[in-house]
Design a protein around this ligand. Structure first.
Ligand SMILES: NC(=O)c1ccc[n+]([C@@H]2O[C@H](COP(=O)([O-])OP(=O)(O)OC[C@H]3O[C@@H](n4cnc5c(N)ncnc54)[C@H](OP(=O)(O)O)[C@@H]3O)[C@@H](O)[C@H]2O)c1
Length: 233
């Protein structure tokens, strides 16, 4: 697809990977809407990078409906949904409650599922479109203290494969992007961004991967891609 003049909706575009991806797509001529829960951070970032802000939480069905009505009334169409909003808790199972599982799954799995359901309805009418799910290498292999987060990203991976099976015949591409560790605000208690580190991945590599998978001609689809730092130790 050609990014210029395409309309791209990124959930959680006010920070980290979503923000960097929004910035790159806007530099390429894309029209980008970003969502987030912290309104003042969202509005500041939107002005900085030239995005359209939608104050919305992916765990709320009302917010999801409003997100789509805002995108369509502002831009008149939608070409790409990037399900990037996500959060994590890292604790051993014995320290976790049902609420911890419900909180993380509401955002990382149910939020992405409900956002995709509405995008798929729009894309089917136009016989095309792309959904990018931001998974994680935590969705490829479990690890200590990963019970909630890793399980949520395994679930997102399963959801992605089902969406691919259902939507491919409608010319809708569904792409799973699995970043490894990137220093961002992810998981930080005060939500402040972490500093980049020379040997670790940065948001730029993830944005580059997402944009590369989008810009391939629509006749081709990358089902899943993982990004690792070459030598993070
Ligand atoms: N950083 C990593 O190491 C890493 C590795 C693999 C995968 N990932 C995945 O990459 C994605 C982005 O993570 P990041 O590192 O960029 O984290 P981040 O800097 O914390 O950014 C997360 C973004 O998601 C938004 N968000 C969180 N919950 C939301 C909700 N319920 N509704 C709407 N927006 C919500 C945040 O906005 P507010 O602050 O306003 O809520 C923020 O814009 C996540 O899905 C994460 O699981 C990250």
């Amino acid at each position: 697809m050609n990014i210029k003049d395409s309309v791209i909706l990124i959930t959680g575009g006010s920070s980290g990977l979503g923000k960097e991806t929004a910035k790159l797509l806007i530099e390429m001529g894309g029209k980008v809407a970003i969502t987030g829960r912290d309104k003042s951070k969202l509005d500041t970032v939107a002005v900085d990078i030239g995005a359209f802000p939608i104050h919305a939480d992916v765990s709320s069905d009302d917010d999801i409906l409003r997100t789509y009505s805002d995108v369509i009334s502002h831009f008149g169409k939608l070409d790409v949904l990037i399900n990037n909003a996500g959060t994590g808790v890292h604790e051993n199972l014995e320290n976790l409650s049902r609420d911890d599982f419900e909180y993380i799954f509401q955002i990382n799995v149910f939020g992405a599922a409900m956002m995709s359901k509405h995008a798929a309805e729009i894309f089917k009418k136009h016989n095309g479109g792309t959904i990018v799910n931001i998974g994680s290498t935590s969705g490829l292999k479990g690890y200590e203290a990963g019970s909630v987060y890793s399980a949520s990203k395994f679930a997102l991976r399963g959801l992605t494969q089902c969406m691919q099976a259902e939507l491919r015949c409608h010319n809708i591409r569904v792409i799973l992007v699995n970043p490894s560790y990137v220093p961002t605000a992810f998981g930080s208690k005060d939500r402040s961004p972490r500093a980049e580190e020379d040997n670790k991945l940065s948001s730029t590599e993830i944005a580059h991967t997402i944009v590369s998978s989008l810009t391939m001609d629509d006749r081709g689809m990358i089902p899943e891609v993982s990004i690792w730092a070459t030598n993070p130790w």
